[in-house]
Structure formats: C-alpha cells, structure tokens
Design a protein around this ligand. Structure first.
Ligand code: SAM
Length: 397
C-alpha cells in the first residue's frame, strides 16, 4: 500500500490519483510476493528437474537459472506484470506532479534558498542522461530547465508508490536504519562532517542530521531538480542539510575534510570504472580515521543461484544496466582496490527500523550478522533487511 508522504513539499493528489497509486502499489505487492512465490515453485518443481535431466546437475549460478527460467510461464507472467507495474508507478505520479508544477516550483524557489547549489552548464554523466533509469521518464535529470523540480517530485512520489509503504512515511528507512546502526555499533564515533553521494532528493540524507545533530550534513548528486526539491523538502521538515550538484567522480571538496561519507542504493547505478573513481575520491576527502559507508544490494556471493537470479532480474528487464556487474563484485575487494586496508573493512545486515523497531538494530549488532539470509532475499513477506559495508580510512594515511 502506498503511504502518503508526510512532508509539505509533496504534490497534492486527488482522490482518483490516490486510488490509482494504491492500485499500483497493490499490484507490485502481488507481483513481488505471490508471483515471486509461484516462480520459485516453478523453479523447484519444473525447471530444476528438467535442468538436472539435461545437465546431470542443478544450475550453479544466477545466469544459468535465468537461462533455464526464461521459457517457463511463471517467469513470463512475473516479468511482464512486473515491467508493467514499474511503468505504471511513473504513470500514476507524473500527471499529479505536472498539474501541481507551478505551486511546487514557487514553494521550492523560496524554501530551497541558501540551501542548494546547482549549475545550468553542468555536464550530466551518461549513466543518468543516456537511459531512463528504471523506466523513470526523463531519468533523474528530466527534460526541462535545470532548476525544474519536477524530476525530484516525480521521484519522491514515485518511490512512495514503488516502495509499498516499506520505506517509511518519508522514505527514509534506509538512512534511519543505517545511521542507527553506526551510532549504536560505534558509540565513540562522533562525525562532525557528513557527506551523502548520489542522494537524489535527500530522503536518506536527513536521518544523518537527526542522528548527529552537531554535524554539518551535505547531500550531493548530479541531478539538479532532485537537489532543489530535496533542499526545499528538508527545509520544510526543519532539517538543516545543504545540497550541492556534483559528480561523485570529481568531488569539489578538500582532502581529509569529512568524517563520514555515505551512499545508499547508489553504486549499483555506476559502471565498475566509475565506482573505482568514486572510491578514490571518497578516500581522498575522508579524514584519517573517517568512515566510508555504503548501503547496497547484497553481492551474489552471499546468495544461492535462484536468489542471485531473482535480484539480477532488474539488470535485464528494469533498465539497470550496471546492476549485475556490481552484484558480481566482492564489496571487500572493491574497498581494498581503492586503498582501504583489509583490516579496516566490515560488512553487516541491519533490520529495517520501520518494520522491526530500533531495538532490533541492537539485536543485529549483538548477533554480528554479516551476510543476508540466502533463502529469503527479495520476497517481501519475509521482511526487510538492509545490507551495508564500510571501511575506515587508516589514521596515518
Ligand atoms: C538510486 S538513486 C540513489 C537514491 C538515494 N541515495 C537513496 O538512498 O534512495 C541514484 C542517484 O545517483 C545519482 N548519480 C548517478 N551518477 C552519479 C554520479 N556520477 N555522481 C553523483 N550522483 C550520481 C543519480 O542522479 C540518482 O539520483
């Protein structure tokens, strides 16, 4: 079920809009639970037996599962309905935002003042400009003037429909859960300067300011409309965060200037070459003793062949071209390649605070959960857990 956003920057939907959005969220829930479960049953009862007959063994990785699943009717039903539901997410919010465009622009002009820096001549990277990422019309940057907040409003409202109420009232569950984890696991770590890269509308940036009120918190992204919308969104929620348009491959910040650099759901939208450049930049701007922290999709090495196939589906059918290449990496190896020392690496799984409450984070810390549950990932009825990894910059480097 789509949860109405609770902040004052949101567009105003009519009763019909709300009904349409609820229908789309409900359709996604049906696809991701019921049709996903059907697909798993088809795998166990039809696909594995015929694969075994042909090859004398079971599929060994996600790519083999994908090939074997493709002709199966359960896969076709799941895939076609999931693609349709994805397109319907954007169809259910775009007209609402367009109708409200003048009002949203006026609010954003005023509320974002002094809180956002964007540039008319900014060069958009091709991973954003060349494709409509996850079928979002116009991608993150949109087709309008650079300071048009429409793409930000469409993303915010679209994510509310897409996430079916599982990411919190203002879509901040990842930021809330991750910042809670860091503050509880490392109580002596008190960051005073925090950077969020690829923040879109800053929905997961704000919890860092709420967790560490004394810190200066900056969100950056390449897409200007989202940043301006996000700056107004933050101001209207009374959270003091600033936003700057910047390519994460080339950060306009001094060496050794941040205590914490965070990303969420960002790396899987970058090529491996870009990830290398971004990690090098993070390491450069981190202070010695500072923390690089990523919330991301779990790697294929942490899951069985079916679960790997299930998560990599987006790479083939949801305009996420870098998804699988990223998930095929070991996060530890990416950090080490960027110069972070092996001893300073850690990874973890944190339960969603929205689903399980903040006490569940302490339980997860005590249990030292380092890998996702191989058997359940992706099927939402099993609950939500976020995978994270990070590395400390050595004190002396
Ligand atoms: C999936 S969104 C991340 C959303 C957000 N961080 C969250 O927690 O949900 C990916 C974001 O990365 C941005 N992006 C893509 N390439 C970038 C780059 N090279 N530098 C900075 N931002 C980039 C996109 O514009 C988009 O807003």
């Amino acid at each position: 079920m789509a949860v109405p956003l609770q902040h004052a920057m949101k567009p105003t939907p009519s009763a019909e809009d709300i009904a349409r959005q609820r229908f789309v969220s409900g359709l996604r829930t049906f696809v991701l639970n019921d049709l996903a479960a059907d697909m798993r049953r088809a795998y166990d009862t039809r696909v594995v037996p015929s694969f075994r007959q042909a090859h004398g063994r079971e599929p060994e990785n996600g790519a083999e599962v994908h090939e074997a699943m493709r002709p199966d009717p359960a896969f076709k039903a799941y895939s076609s309905l999931r693609v349709s539901a994805q397109k319907m997410v954007w169809d259910s919010v775009t007209p609402v935002v367009q109708r409200d465009q003048a009002r949203l622009a006026a609010i954003a002009d005023e509320a974002s003042q002094g809180r956002v820096e964007i540039h008319a001549d900014f060069k958009m990277p091709r991973n954003v400009s060349a494709i409509d990422v996850h079928f979002m019309p116009g991608s993150y940057s949109g087709a309008g003037p650079h300071d048009d907040v429409t793409p930000g409003a469409v993303y915010d409202q679209g994510l509310a429909v897409f996430s079916m109420g599982l990411m919190g009232k203002n879509l901040d569950d990842i930021g809330v859960s991750m910042s809670r984890y860091v503050s509880r696991r490392f109580p002596e770590f008190r960051p005073l300067r925090i950077l969020d890269l690829g923040c879109t509308v800053g929905h997961n940036t704000l919890p860092w300011k709420q967790t560490y009120p004394d810190a200066e918190v900056i969100g950056t992204d390449v897409a200007p409309g989202g940043l301006k919308y996000g700056a107004a969104r933050a101001a209207l929620q009374g959270v003091d965060v600033t936003f700057r348009q910047m390519n994460a491959e080339q950060l306009a910040f001094e060496n050794d200037s941040f205590d914490l650099v965070f990303t969420s759901m960002f790396l899987h939208e970058l090529s491996l070459k870009t990830i290398g450049k971004v990690f090098a930049e993070i390491r450069r701007v981190l202070k010695p003793g500072g923390l690089m922290l990523h919330m991301e999709l779990p790697p294929n090495t942490q899951m069985g062949p079916f679960e790997g196939f299930y998560l990599d589906w987006d790479c083939y059918y949801n305009v996420e071209p870098f998804y699988k290449a990223f998930r095929d990496q070991e996060p530890r190896a990416l950090c080490e390649k960027a110069g972070f020392e092996a001893i300073n690496y850690f990874q973890f799984v944190v339960p969603s605070v929205g689903s399980y409450g903040s006490a569940a984070v302490d339980v997860a810390i005590a249990a030292e959960t380092h890998e996702v549950n191989k058997e359940t990932t992706g099927r939402l009825a099993e609950g939500i857990q976020w995978f994270g990894f990070g590395a400390w910059k050595t004190q002396t480097s």
